[in-house]
Design a protein around this ligand. Sequence first.
Ligand code: AMP
Length: 420
Amino acid sequence: MKMIQDFNFKGIKAIVRVDFNVPLDKATLEVTDDTRIRGALPTIRKITGEGGSCILMSHLGRPQGRMEKYSLKPVLPVLEKHLGQKVLFADDCLGESAVTMSAALKPGEILLLENVRFYPEEEGKPVLPDTATDEEKKAAKAELKVRQKEMAKKLASYADVYVNDAFGTAHRAHGSTAVVADFFPKEKIMFGFLINSELAAMDKVLNNAHKPFTAIMGGAKVSDKILLIENLLNRVDNLIIGGGMTYTFIKARGGKIGKSLCEEDKLDLALKILEKAKEKNVNLYLPVDSLNADKFDNEAETNVSAVDEVPDGWLGLDIAEKSIELFSEVIKNSKTILWNGPMGVFEMQKFSKGTTAIALAIAEATEKGAYSLIGGGDSVAAINKNGLADKVSYVSTGGGAMLEYMEGKKLPGIVAIRGE
Ligand code: AMP
C-alpha cells in the first residue's frame, strides 16, 4: 500500500476525498465549527507544498438533488484563511466547470468541487415514491449502481492519484469514498494523514493495548453498542457501562429502575453480556448509584438512590457520587482507555456531572502515561466542552465510522485502498 508520507506529489494532480460535512449557521450559512476542515489541512499542504495540485471533493448534509443550502461554498473562505491562498471552486462536481477547471489546474493550486451528494449516484440510493414495488426498487438501485460507477470514473479522470482522507464517511460504499479507487492503479491510491492517524489510534487500542485496558461505554441504547461491546469483551480487562443502557442491565438482574430508559427486548442480551464478561475474565462495572429525576427536564426534582432501587415514577439520568468514585478509580489505574458514549443526559447541566467526571479521570490517567482514545459525537463534545481535547491521546473525528471499525467490520473506504 502506498503511504502518503513516502509519496512525492511534484507535478501530480491529486483528487482528495475530504470530510467537509461541517455545521453551518442556518441564517448566515457561515461555518460554525471548522474542526473537520482543519483535519484535512496536513494532507492538502503536503500535496501543494511539493508542487502538486489538489482537487477536493466532499459531501455536506443530506441534500435531495441540488439544494443551495447544502452548497460547499461557505467552506471556501475558511479554507482560504487556513491555507493562506486562493481556492478555486467548481459549482458542479461532474459538470463542464469541474472538467475544465481541473484540467487547467496548475502546480500548487487547489480546486474545491461542489457537493458530491447533489447527485444520487454518490450514495447509490434511489429516491422513489412510497408506492414503488420491491421489483421497482431493485431495478432502480441496480441502474443507479451503474451510474455510480460512471460518476466515479469521471471523478477519477480529473486526476493522477486518489487520496482518501474522509474518515467520517469511510464506512460508506459511496462513489467518492470507495468506488472511485477502482479507476486508479494500486500504486496511485492512498490514505491521507487524517485517516492514517485515525487507523493508527484504533489499531493501537484494538491490537496493541498496554494493560490494564479499560473500555467505557455509555449512551442511550444497548442495541447501538452491542457489537462493539461483544468485540471488546475479547480484548479489555475492564468494561465500564454507564448512561441510559445501564438500566436495561439492572432490570435484567432483577433491579428496580422506575421509569428509566429500558429496552425490554434486550434483557436476555444484557444477561448474556454479563455472563460472557465472567467467562472472559473481564471486570464489568455497572453504576452502583443513580441520580434520578421526576421528569426529563433540567428543572426536574432529583434524588439519589442505589442503581437497583430507583423509586417508582422516577427516571435515572446520570451516575451519582459512588459510581463516579468507583469508575474514576478504575480509569486512573488503566494504561489504555477507550471511551464511547456519555454517562448521563449530559446535554442538561443537572445531569452532566458523571460525564464530566469521567472526562477528567481520563485526562488524569493520560497525564500519568495512559493512552486514551475518545470517539462518538457525544463523548467528543463532552471532552471539548471541558477543554480537555489536548489532555487525551486521540479524539476521533468519525462517530459511525469509528464504531464500525472497532466492531471489527470492514469499512468500504478503507478496504478500497488497503484491501481486505
Ligand atoms: P448515543 O448516541 O447512543 O451515544 O447516546 C447518547 C445519548 O444518550 C445522549 O443524547 C444522552 O442524553 C443519552 N443518555 C445518556 N444517559 C441517559 C439516560 N440515563 N437516560 C436517557 N438518555 C441518556
